[in-house]
Design a protein around this ligand. Structure first.
Ligand code: MN3
Length: 216
């Protein structure tokens, strides 16, 4: 994953999308992708840099390390790092588990783990979709594997909270902030979620699952 930002250090930077802005049409429209990536995501990167710039002692830490134990950060920048660092990490994750429509379902070890944890693939999609549809206010819904296992769970994250890397590795993530879908879907979040499945990059999710299940 060449564009994975988890190992970035200050100054943080915004990678280009790994595909064209219109590559996810019609599920996610070009204008939404442009504003979401070039404006929203960029703002999180800029604000993260602003916060971390003053704290030279943190310049050697990776984004994952900064987010892993927020209580250790100076209080004056803790909230800014949580919100903007989390926004940077989650958006990068989100862009990279999407792509032009390819295969409709996961294969291999991830498919087996989904079957074991949720029943059929349709059962899993229903559970994940229901959780995403009901999530209150701005946030994210992720599928995560407990590190070093094959055990999957659906995790709800509020604001820009991130999957806790000490215990878990994110496999899939869906942005349910209104800015992710409002231009095309307005209040119809369930329609956005239903269309989003068409652009999930299952090969990328499989690699993330394998990395997490091999992690210690
Ligand atoms: Mn977003």
């Amino acid at each position: 994953m060449a564009t994975d930002v988890s190992n970035q250090k200050f100054p943080f930077s915004l990678p280009d999308l790994p595909y064209a802005y219109e590559a996810l049409e019609p599920s996610i429209d070009k204008q939404t992708m442009q504003i979401h990536h070039d404006k929203h995501h960029k703002t999180y990167v800029d604000k993260l840099n602003e916060a971390v710039e003053k704290e030279q002692g943190l310049h050697s830490m990776t984004l994952t390390e900064l987010l892993r134990d927020l209580a250790k950060l100076p209080e004056s920048i803790r909230t800014a790092v949580k919100n903007n660092g989390g926004g940077h990490l989650n958006h990068d994750f989100f862009w990279n588990i999407m792509g032009p429509p390819s295969k409709a379902e996961p294969g291999g070890a991830l498919a087996a783990a989904i079957a074991k944890s949720f029943g059929t693939f349709a059962d899993f999609k229903k559970r994940f979709g229901d959780t995403s549809g009901k999530h209150f206010a701005s946030g994210w819904v992720a599928l995560a594997v407990a590190n070093g296992t094959q055990m999957l769970e659906i995790v709800e994250l509020s604001g820009h909270e991130v999957v806790d890397s000490r215990a878990k590795t994110g496999v899939l993530i869906l942005d349910v902030w209104e800015h992710a879908y409002y231009l095309k879907y307005q209040n119809r979040r369930p329609d956005f979620i239903a269309a989003w499945w068409n652009v999930v990059n299952w090969a990328s999710a499989e690699r993330r699952f394998e990395r997490g299940s091999a992690a210690r």
